[in-house]
Design a binder for this molecule. Structure first.
Ligand code: FAD
Length: 455
């Protein structure tokens, strides 16, 4: 298949959940579009995650509004394959015009005319608009402190699959967000000696008074928070849907056999040094945990909710030895540590996007996904419009806003003054059919959406 000479109104790059949501809204509003995905629909859920990963939220919550998970307990946690299958089914439901196996390699603004020239692995195409839905987590980040030591196996959590993949011996897991804690837990249960380096984190209860934390954050308006609280940029959230879902409790992990250590500071001659911040990080995580219980209780009382009391949720286990007497450094060879898993997050990569849409630090300049470069849109980025933006339930709403913006822009561009009007253009202004927009000064040229099937 070649896309050479294709011309489209709106091009969506990426068919993860963001691209699928975008396509649904554009389809509903009759905007001709095409989605290009370099691999498969929801590829990152299939091959960019570890084998045992399940969704962090229950199936009733971690989904789009217009489809439930088929034959699945709504309070259960879907496996990564089930999440990917869900998005494939969702795309099929409205015959999303997705072309898989096509990589977008370069996007440049056309000189002296509207739109963009897009180089893909299947040829060059023209697009009036480009929605960048390539994901919030594109490039695995390993900090520069990582040692150059051939005796150690070092991988990022994006490349971790299962315990058998690692060399014999102990493991240092750096980072204790949802990925780090779940991987550390799995490795320890598989019989490995595990050290878990814990930084600043939030750790909401899995459930409280009979309601999942996703529900509580929803009713408390937390998913809708529009700005990150200052100083919270490096605070991760530690939650887990594994083994039916449970509250991440670092003391319990320690009692189970994991050695907690502070933030990883440096490596020198086989010795790793940790910050003296473990107790403080754990205490702040407790504060966050308890504050959510307080907010939930206040909400239940204010709204007269008849939910079962759960005083035992406030019982914090005894401090383990590794917390009262934390390690400041560790000789990796002496401790038998042969692997390091860096659960240290991701960065975005827009090197293929050759447009004026970035600030001096390379961050996208946008308002709710509408870029400063006309015709360029971003979707799925953390905090794009609110806290929920990079998650399944949030991206769908951001996509709707962007689709609305695109429709409004198309209307402006389809405007003609009296001297330009003729029957064909009048159709365009009334927003009739896709073809009626053709040959307007705005230059929209399209393929019918129905010509592009999901493949
Ligand atoms: C370990 C982990 C667990 C998570 N668990 C949850 C969870 O339980 N619930 C939840 O709501 N969120 C979760 N998230 C967050 C978020 O939902 C996922 O990261 C999700 O994959 C983001 O979807 P997306 O469509 O924005 O990006 P992606 O899923 O990354 O999709 C982007 C797509 O773009 C394609 N692409 C990239 N560049 C190009 C190009 N140049 N040309 C063509 N195609 C391209 C990629 O192949 C990819 O398929 C999790 C994230 C991680 C890392």
């Amino acid at each position: 298949m070649t896309l050479e000479a294709t011309s489209i109104d709106t091009l969506v790059v990426g068919a993860g959940q963001a691209g699928v949501a975008m396509s649904e809204h554009l389809s509903k509003l009759g905007v001709p579009h095409l989605v290009l995905e370099r691999a498969r629909i929801a590829e990152r859920w299939r091959t960019g995650r570890w084998d045992s990963l399940v969704a962090n939220g229950p199936a009733w919550h971690d989904r789009f509004p217009n489809l439930e998970f088929a034959d699945f307990d709504p309070d259960g946690f879907a496996s990564k394959e089930q999440v990917a299958d869900y998005f494939v089914a969702y795309a099929k439901k409205f015959e999303a015009p997705i072309h898989t196996g096509v990589e977008v390699r370069k996007v440049v603004r056309n000189a002296g005319q509207q739109g963009f020239t897009v180089e893909t692995s299947e040829g060059t195409i023209k697009a009036d608009r480009v929605v960048v839905a390539t994901g919030p987590f594109q490039r695995a980040v390993i900090p520069p402190i990582a040692p150059q030591d051939s005796r150690l196996t070092q991988i990022h959590s994006a490349d971790y699959r299962n315990p058998a993949q690692l060399a014999e011996g102990g493991v240092l897991v750096v980072g204790a967000g949802s990925s780090g804690v779940q991987i550390a837990d799995e490795l320890q249960r598989a019989g490995k000696r595990v050290y878990l380096s814990v930084g600043a984190h939030d750790r909401p209860p899995r459930a409280y008074r009979g309601r999942d934390f996703c529900w509580w954050l929803g009713v408390l308006g937390e998913w809708d928070a529009e700005v990150m609280k200052p100083g919270r940029e490096h605070v991760t959230i530690a939650v887990s849907g594994s083994r039916g879902g449970h509250t991440v409790d670092f003391r319990r992990l320690a009692h189970q056999g994991i050695t907690l250590v502070g933030l990883t500071k440096s490596f020198d001659a086989g010795v790793v040094t940790f910050e003296a911040d473990l107790a403080e990080n754990i205490a702040r995580g407790d504060e966050n945990y308890l504050s959510l219980l307080d907010a939930a209780d206040a909400y239940a009382e204010r709204n007269g909710l008849d939910l079962p009391d759960e005083p035992e949720a406030r019982v914090i286990p005894a401090d383990p030895e590794c917390l009262t007497h934390p390690l400041h450094d560790l000789d990796l060879a002496q401790a038998g540590v042969t692997s390091i898993v860096w659960a240290t997050g991701y960065a975005v990569d827009f090197s293929w996007l050759n447009v004026n849409a970035f600030d001096e630090k390379g961050k996208p300049k946008h308002q709710r996904g509408v870029s400063k470069e006309p015709g360029i849109y971003f979707l799925g980025l953390p905090w794009l419009s609110r806290r929920g933006s990079a998650f399944i339930w949030g991206v769908w709403h951001d996509a709707r806003h962007i689709a609305d913006h695109i429709v409004t822009q198309r209307k402006y561009l389809a405007y003609y003054d009296e001297s330009q009007r003729h029957p064909q253009c009048r159709d365009a202004q009334s927003g009739d059919s896709i073809e009626s927009v053709e040959n307007t000064p705005a230059g929209s040229r399209v393929h019918k959406v129905s010509e592009m099937g999901v493949n």
